[in-house]
Design a binder for this molecule. Structure first.
Ligand code: AMP
Length: 176
């Protein structure tokens, strides 16, 4: 099947963020016509915006997918919606953010979808996990993930463990 490698940014700061991120990784792996190729470690980052909220847990996954970009965005938003339900009863605050960082080498600019995701080059909590997976990854219009991260530095950021990666132990197609 024709397919591309998409790069997905994951973030959560509510309701057991590590679990939210790890669960989302396995949900990405179960998307139709898609499989997770690799996962970064888990990074704790200070929140952007108001300081009176908990730290975030961030990670990045690479995903081989035959979904087109719009269908992948639909799928990411469906996973986000499922995570918004807290304890099965109320619609809680947002517990999971999924961003389509890259979709192959595509440059997309529609009202719904902007790829590469705006802000990649200014966010070390995106660049650090991206560079961990592939420092030489080229971000169209911005540069290489590793170089951008080196320029930005690691202020407010700490790698706090490994993700539960669905690709772990697979001996085929990793990093293809
Ligand atoms: P946010 O609240 O930051 O998660 O933004 C969600 C909105 O961003 C949605 O309405 C999406 O249609 C839009 N969006 C634009 N580009 C992207 C992208 N690359 N990944 C995820 N959402 C995107």
């Amino acid at each position: 099947m024709p397919s591309v490698v998409a790069w997905i940014g994951l973030g959560s700061n509510l309701d057991d963020p590590r679990r939210q991120v790890n669960t989302a990784l396995s949900e990405l792996d179960r998307l139709p016509r898609s499989r997770v190729l690799g996962c970064s470690g888990l990074y704790r980052s200070a929140p952007m915006g108001p300081p009176d909220q908990p730290d975030y847990i961030n990670a990045v996954a690479s995903l081989r997918t035959a979904l087109d970009a719009e269908a992948l965005l639909d799928a990411l938003q469906a996973i986000e919606s499922a995570h918004r339900r807290v304890r099965g009863e109320h619609w809680g605050p947002r517990t999971l953010d999924l961003d389509m960082l890259l979709y192959g080498d595509a440059v997309i600019d529609t009202p719904r979808l902007v790829v590469p995701h705006p802000g990649i080059a200014e966010r070390n909590f995106v660049l650090a996990p991206l560079a961990e997976l592939d420092a030489g990854l080229s971000i169209p219009g911005a540069g290489m993930a590793g170089e951008l991260y080196a320029r930005l530095g690691d202020a407010g950021l700490a790698r706090v463990g490994d993700a539960a990666c669905p690709a772990a132990g697979r001996d085929t197609e990793v990093n293809e």
